[in-house]
Design a protein around this ligand. Sequence first.
Ligand code: ZN
Length: 180
Amino acid sequence: MPALSNTIRPTVWIGCLACYNAGRLVGEWYDADTADLVTPEDLHGRPTQHEELWVMDHEDFCGALEGECSPSEAAEIAEALSELTHDEAAAFSVWVREWGESDDRSGWVDRFRSEYRGFHQSEGHFAQDWAEDTCESEDKARMTTWPFNAIDWDYAAAELFSGGFQSEEVSGGIHVFCPR
Ligand SMILES: [Zn+2]
């Protein structure tokens, strides 16, 4: 189904663990951003002794959630995703898998944004962009003339990426990060 808007609306299938362990699937799809508010009574449609709920399936997390998790975890990830565009979410998912694991998700989006250096064709392309972005403005005009136009940017990139920058390959290019 094509997305109707640019908003990311992940959903989760929340199930009752006690029922699951007894061989019964009791659960329902919910919007992920309010997954932490779902009660066992909501799921069973009546008062119940069953307490523990679990996210057993999910959709539209843009890769930021793999496998199963608690409803509150899903809600935290969904909240982070709601602040991001689709393009950012793709990079965010890569970042979460590599560096984002933490108990404190409150500053997730800020941390991601401060560490993300964008999508690039290759490390060499990034190195050239980075050099142009960070050089003095009077040097900028010289970037198209010798010796700057003769720089082996792949070689320069090797240096750059051994000193703090990290890249993660995705189809069509790389996401670049500068993790703290
Ligand atoms: Zn149950």
